[in-house]
Design a binder for this molecule. Sequence first.
Ligand SMILES: Cc1cc2nc3c(=O)[nH]c(=O)nc-3n(C[C@H](O)[C@H](O)[C@H](O)COP(=O)(O)O)c2cc1C
Length: 330
Amino acid sequence: MPKIGNIELPDFPLLLAPMEDVSDPPFRALCKEQGADVVYTEFISSEGLIRDAAKSVLKLDIYEKERPVGIQIFGAELDSMLQAVDIVEQSNPDIIDINFGCPVKKVVCKNAGAGILRDIPLMVKLTEEIVKRTKLPVTVKTRLGWDSNSIKIVEVAERLQDVGIKAISIHGRTRVQMYKGEADWRPIAEVKNNQRMQIPVFGNGDVDTPEAALKMRDEFGLDGAMIGRASIGYPWFFKEVKHFFETGKHLDPPTMPERVDAARRHLQMAIDWKGEKLGVFETRRHYTNYFKGIPHFKEYRTKMVTSDDAVDVFAAFDEVLEKFGDFQFA
Ligand SMILES: Cc1cc2nc3c(=O)[nH]c(=O)nc-3n(C[C@H](O)[C@H](O)[C@H](O)COP(=O)(O)O)c2cc1C
């Protein structure tokens, strides 16, 4: 069974990917309930943390019920990253994850995120110092390389292991690819097949069906799957994958009452955590998926995503349940 430091995980664990404005405490709690084995926070700027920027600090909140949870930081400047590690430790996460994969220009141009893939010695150096700074297990999330001509992930992963990381998650795209094309899991399998690798190697990118997860496990031999977009507004994905692994059969999709219940709890947790205004606003992006596939749903969806008042959104959920309560999802 794979382990991240001393954290024991089940066979082929499913990890919730760090996702900006998505992987917040309410969403992580729902994914955990549905079977996610490890959850990660969205990325948090080291510079923001050390400036005590309120937005960054709020992202450090974790709930006991979601453990094991990893807090992900990004940056490219050693001193700020080390200070950020000290701040992150005070939130008592189970794991500290370093983001070496974000492809966004404003991050990359500062050499952070995937930008660091152009400077592997710096990547290794930062990681080594972070590992030395903390007693928590450190993990890395990265991409295959900067572009298709510079894929050195086998060597990179080995060097990161040698400076002490406890697991690596690899998104099967290069920075230049951003999110285009298909994720290529073959280089990730090469990392796993490297005889010197001992830490878990988790695959990421396009695991959007239980079959894809099975393929990642059986054909590519990876240690677990990190799941991002397939879970947005669909935390049941984790349970569906596990059910498929156990039985070879697809679980029935969640019923309308289950979806409404999840949407309600999601909104309530978000309000409890961030207050009504932000809670209502930031939960909106999940509703499309919660209620995907229902015909003539636009009127209700519009209510959910345009109302600023929680009472109205909760009322829209009630209305949906009344009108579509026995809708059969495909
Ligand atoms: C909305 C969104 C936000 C993301 N934010 C982050 C982030 O904060 N940190 C990170 O390492 N990756 C981030 N990613 C990348 C995902 O973690 C993941 O690598 C990518 O979506 C590929 O996996 P998937 O095909 O399962 O979605 C984000 C992706 C999306 C769609």
